[in-house]
Design a protein around this ligand. Sequence first.
Ligand code: MBD
Ligand code: FE
Length: 312
Amino acid sequence: MTAKIFDRSETQEFLQVLSGLTNDKGNPRVKEITHRLMSDLFKAIDDLNITPDEYWTAIAWVNEIGASGQAGLISPGLGLDHYLDERLDAIDEELGIQNGTPRTIEGPLYVAGAPVSTGFARLDDGTDTDGHTLIMHGKVYGADGKTLSGATVEVWHCDTRGFYSHFDPTGKQAPFNMRRTIITDDEGCYKFQSIVPKGYGVPPGSPTEQLLSALGRHGQRPAHIHFFISADGHRKLTTQINIAGDPLVNDDFAYATRDGLVPDVIERTDADSIQANNLNGPFAEIVFDVHLTPLVNGVDNQVNLQRKRAAA
Ligand code: MBD
Ligand code: FE
């Protein structure tokens, strides 16, 4: 097939009309983006001879993605979340801002409103008996290099089955299990007890998995722990740490692994360490300090308003 119609003036005029560029109502930014995306899609259909059968298969898939609430899951799977991070990094580089702690993607499974405590929290409710006890702690540092007391550390992770509370297909977990907000203490420290999470996998048979399979890819993430860290006068940091030693640390379907975000996991078996943490057996310890960056001209230039709206 050699028929090509993209460059025809009728096609170009049609793209202007369907994007609203020929009317004076609506939202100019939405028109601009729609025009570009529709043009790229029309061109791809033309160049690749995308058939009606292929096109309508894709539409059915988009419907399934929406019906299953997986737009936020295929997005990191297709690297878009990581790409946005790379762009933020590039913008920071232009501004001369150094991110002492790298950012990485939020993912689709944060829930606002977790219980708040100062200094320390226990994240898990003790019902995941397959879990190995984890003690994780560190200090939050401000732009001036000094520790920040009163900083907010939001943390969330999944259980040993790879399920997050509020998204658990078995309905087994209590609300906010393995989700807490910890305010740093006078020394700028946060500390929590939980269990070492396991990796996450996209739901079997899901439209997300179907596309990944067609790409010859898997839908697994290495074990990881999510964080939002915020403090007055600083930009909110979205990041994660990976559990060192997980075989998928460098094979994450969501592309969230970054240098500096794979802290050592130290296995503690000595009586003194166990007693100092009020535990009754061996545990894993992770130490992870966080360095925040200052506001830019008094504002968080990277704030994600959609997340604010969703949390309101
Ligand atoms: C997760 O737990 C996650 O963090 C991401 C980015 C995507 C799917 C599941
Ligand atoms: Fe996650």
